[in-house]
Ligand binder design. Structure first.
Ligand code: GRG
Length: 309
């Protein structure tokens, strides 16, 4: 399987659906809707929706069945990027190869665009029509997963810890004890800031597909390990990546961020990313169901590990 082509083809289906969903929010303030579309339709790998589609297909359906749910997750992801780029957070000028939302629309409008993307993700998820094989209980569970993984027990707490960790490397010398404390803090940040939304993709796909609990849990663990691998790769790319390909400016060093690279060095961070990818693959091996979509998920885990953007 050519995984790059697989991801690109499936991402295209998401790209095609997204503008219509924002246009469908009748009555939305035009400038607000424009700012929402500006960030949402700016490209991006669409990794989370692609993962959700493959996870769903393990249980017999076909990814287009759950297109609105996949788009809803991308809306939540995009909100997090818009807010993360704000001056009060990472203060970035470039995202997905374009000026960030607040640079184009102003800070207040960018905050509102993020608010609306988050809230209307649930409009899209819960108000859309699905084929009969997708049960209402599955849609409700997917909604609960999304809220839980994105909220105060998930991504937002990861962001809160990330902000708190900003001063860490400006503090006293990195003694072994401080290094251990840093490693604990970093695990918490990566688990929540990054892995939770990737885990949500797998869990939502499993919920919508009507997976048995055992397979739901194995996919959830696969998502966690892959999400942690994704963030280790992101930390590495922030240092050695091609800024043009990444479409964003590397800001970790500027912000004295605690990252895999600042804590483990480049070689240590690479070894960690590889360990996590292998661990993800072994969790995936425990999932029962269709072989094709599982092979696609394995390919995506490798894609995440060796990605350049
Ligand atoms: C709750 C305000 C708020 C923020 C949440 C997700 C997040 C915290 C911040 C975004 C910044 C960041 C580095 C997050 C880690 C996850 C990550 C690497 C996101 C970028 O995801 P990609 O690479 O982006 O999938 P594209 O543009 O391809 O969709």
């Amino acid at each position: 399987m050519d995984i790059d082509k697989y991801v690109a083809r499936r991402a295209e289906a998401i790209n095609t659906a997204l503008p219509g969903l924002i246009n469908g929010l009748k009555g939305a303030h035009p400038r607000l809707a424009e700012a929402m579309k500006y960030s949402l339709c700016a490209g991006g790998k669409r990794l989370r929706p692609v993962l959700m589609g493959a996870a769903y297909e393990i249980f017999g359906g076909s990814a287009p069945d759950i297109l609105p749910a996949a788009c809803a997750l991308e809306m939540v992801h995009t909100y997090s990027l818009v807010h993360d780029d704000l001056p009060a957070m990472d203060d970035d000028d470039l995202r997905r190869g374009r000026p960030t939302s607040h640079r184009v629309y102003g800070e207040a409008a960018a905050i509102l665009a993020g608010d609306a993307l988050l809230t209307d993700a649930f409009t899209v998820l819960l108000n859309s029509k699905y084929p009969r094989r997708v049960k209402s209980a599955g849609v409700l569970r997917a909604g609960a997963v999304l809220a839980g993984r994105a909220g105060a027990r998930g991504m937002v707490s990861g962001q809160a810890a990330d902000l708190e960790a900003e001063g860490f490397l400006r503090g006293p010398r990195l003694t072994p004890a401080r290094k251990r404390a840093g490693a604990r803090l970093l695990s918490y940040i990566h688990l929540h800031k990054t892995a939770d939304l990737i885990t949500a993709a797998l869990e939502m796909g499993a919920a919508l597909g009507g997976a048995a609990e055992r397979d739901f849990s194995a996919l959830s663990e696969f998502g966690r390990e892959m999400g942690l691998c994704f963030q280790a790769a992101d930390d590495i790319l922030d240092v050695v990546g091609d800024k043009k390909k990444l479409g964003k400016s590397g800001s970790d060093a500027r912000n004295h961020k605690l990252t895999c690279v600042s804590l483990l060095g480049l070689a240590g961070a690479r070894a960690k990313a590889e360990r996590l990818m292998q661990s993800a693959l072994s969790r995936l091996g425990q999932v029962r169901g269709a072989a094709g979509p599982k092979a696609a998920l394995a390919g995506i885990a490798e894609f995440v590990y060796r990605r350049e953007k």
